[in-house]
Design a protein around this ligand. Structure first.
Ligand code: AP5
Ligand code: MG
Ligand code: ZN
Length: 242
């Protein structure tokens, strides 16, 4: 079966997770985030989580072999058979090449969310996430109605351990050294759509949808995700841009 694979590229804090949740809902596709998969392994105390912990805490990338096994196990599951939306993968040339090989003749649709380094630190240091449903907030740009409580599910908010100014610097270095080269890799492989990530979340969302429109690899696949477009989720109204 032809699969629709969408890749969200972008620096740490660019808004991949924020947009992935909305796009997955709008397109009816599973959202596969390698960062979330590692955090679930950490929370569950699995051997994989223990191996990944030190790298994540320092802001370094987890070694490719650990990432690839986890990712390919996840996308082999039933819900991914028609396609999936990747957030935070691939992040190295070796990961990108492994995915290209696994996809065979099929080409992904790649969206690059572009945010300058100067805007990243504030986004990350003030980010808060819900323990229960994973919703992403920001103390200034997207606060909850009641401090510390998730608007969507009432869950408790937490701050990721790697969301400190110090660790952000390493994450940005890792991004520029190892992940940014994927922009030209995918430009050459299949074309890539760059979206300015400093507009409001709603504007970024609409720009991402436009990348998935007619003429994209996603629209050309047999399982056209744009056929299932629905209204964006309710909490879109309360978010504000920079
Ligand atoms: P991961 O969890 O993927 O972290 P990341 O790439 O650093 O990205 P973030 O989750 O920090 O940012 P985001 O782009 O999702 O932004 P968000 O939407 O939250 O990975 C964590 C670690 O796991 C890595 O460091 C590595 O160790 C390991 N790892 C994971 N995948 C790996 C792989 N493939 N290979 C190797 N190692 C891997 O938004 C950020 C903030 O900005 C939020 O507060 C949000 O509310 C706000 N915001 C979003 N959009 C806007 C907007 N338009 N305007 C204003 N504010 C906004
Ligand atoms: Mg994220
Ligand atoms: Zn929640």
């Amino acid at each position: 079966m032809a699969q629709t694979v969408v890749i969200l590229l972008g620096a740490p804090g660019a808004g991949k997770g924020t947009q992935a949740v909305r796009l997955a809902e709008a397109l009816g596709m599973p959202h596969v985030s390698t960062g979330d998969l590692f955090r679930a392994n950490l929370a569950g105390g699995t051997p994989l989580g223990e191996k990944a912990r030190g790298f994540m805490d320092q802001g370094e990338l987890v070694p490719d072999e650990l990432v690839l096994e986890m990712l390919f196990d996840r996308v082999a599951q039933d819900d991914c058979q028609a396609g999936y939306l990747l957030d935070g993968f691939p992040r190295t040339m070796a990961q990108a090449m492994a995915l290209t090989q696994a996809l065979g003749d099929q080409r992904p649709t790649v969206i690059n969310i572009d945010v300058p380094d100067e805007a990243i630190e504030r986004r990350i240091v003030e980010r808060r996430s819900c323990k229960d449903c994973g919703a992403i907030y920001h103390l200034t740009f997207n606060p909850t109605s009641v401090e510390g409580v998730c608007d969507r599910c009432g869950g408790e908010l937490f701050q990721r351990k790697d969301d400190t100014s110090e660790v952000v610097r390493t994450r940005l270095q890792e991004y520029h050294a190892k992940t940014e080269p994927l922009v030209s890799y995918y430009t050459d492989l299949c074309g890539l759509c760059t979206v300015p990530g400093q507009n409001s979340p709603q504007e970024v969302f609409e720009a991402c949808l436009a990348c998935l429109g007619p003429g994209s690899n996603a629209a050309n696949s047999s399982s056209k995700p744009t056929d299932h477009l629905k209204t964006p989720c309710d909490n879109s109204q309360k978010e504000v841009g920079l």
